[in-house]
Design a protein around this ligand. Structure first.
Ligand SMILES: C[S@@+](CC[C@H](N)C(=O)[O-])C[C@H]1O[C@@H](n2cnc3c(N)ncnc32)[C@H](O)[C@@H]1O
Length: 263
């Protein structure tokens, strides 16, 4: 995967904008995106804890179309955001203007090279972004670099050993008569932008253990809307939930959430 390919993908399909037919940048457009997002991903609220960002210097890495970013701004954060795409940054600027919210510092930038000085932010938040870049470890190190000592780091990456991961393997490897292909291969080729990566809890812990400023962290997985087996086939019916619980419940969830404090 090249950075240009990833950029082209997200410039063409800004994250989450496919759920609405309303005119781009209209109120209905942003509100439908927001409604669908939080109906599908309500776990964001307990993870991000937007109200705690009040008067804090917060950086969101990979703002997408800005649905979480506006929550930080509405909470009274001194909010900064970056995204690889101009399309993402334009979306957020238009969204802030539409709601007459204060303009924030928004920059087109690469998460592997954050354009901020060391120890600058009280909180750095990133939801579903760093697994789209070639050097995810470097992106995570960058996030810790720009967080202040004592600052909060919250990162979500996709979980390899999830129902989504397994169903992708069934669909793109088993059913295509190439069962030797891995979940990681299926994700790199068929999940969102080219080269998307997925991680096990152990792989994430190994990455975090290599960052000296990160000694205090938790790594959790959570079952999500996307892990609902009936989304893959109505065949599962009411048994879908039972099967999901039998395979491990939250341990098989798609979202792998890292919460850490910088030392
Ligand atoms: C799945 S979307 C998530 C966006 C947003 N956080 C959300 O949850 O809606 C992935 C986003 O990551 C951005 N992205 C991908 N690679 C990046 C990189 N190297 N640096 C910064 N942003 C990147 C994309 O442009 C896209 O907006």
């Amino acid at each position: 995967m090249t950075k240009e390919e990833v950029q082209l993908y997200w410039n063409t399909k800004p994250c989450g904008s496919d759920v609405t037919e309303h005119a781009k940048y209209s109120k209905q457009y942003f509100e439908e995106i927001e409604d669908v997002r939080y109906a599908r991903e309500p776990e964001i609220f307990s993870f991000a804890q937007f109200p705690r960002a009040h008067k804090k210097k917060v950086l969101e890495v990979g703002v997408g179309v800005g649905t979480d970013f506006v929550q930080f701004v509405r909470s009274g954060a001194d909010a900064y955001g970056i995204d690889l795409t101009e399309e993402g940054i334009n979306h957020v600027q238009n969204r802030l203007k539409l709601y007459e919210l204060p303009q924030a510092t928004l920059v087109t930038a690469d998460c592997e090279n954050l354009p901020f000085q060391d120890s600058f932010f009280d909180m750095v938040y990133s939801w579903g972004v760093v697994h789209h870049t070639a050097d995810t470890e470097r992106a995570i190190k960058e996030i810790f670099r720009v967080a202040k000592p004592g600052g909060i780091v919250k990162i979500m990456v996709y979980h390899k050993w999830s129902i989504v991961g397994m169903m992708f393997w069934v669909k793109h490897a088993l059913f295509k008569f190439r069962p030797w292909k891995s979940i990681s291969w299926c994700m790199a080729n068929f999940m969102e932008s080219p080269g998307t990566k997925v991680y096990s809890k152990r792989e994430v812990r190994n990455m975090l253990n290599g960052i000296p400023e990160c000694s205090n962290y938790s790594v959790q997985t959570r079952l999500t809307y996307y892990d609902d087996l009936t989304r893959f086939s109505p065949f599962f019916g009411k048994m879908g939930r039972v099967i999901t619980q039998l395979t491990g419940g939250d341990a098989r969830g798609w979202f792998l959430m890292i919460s850490a404090k910088k030392e």
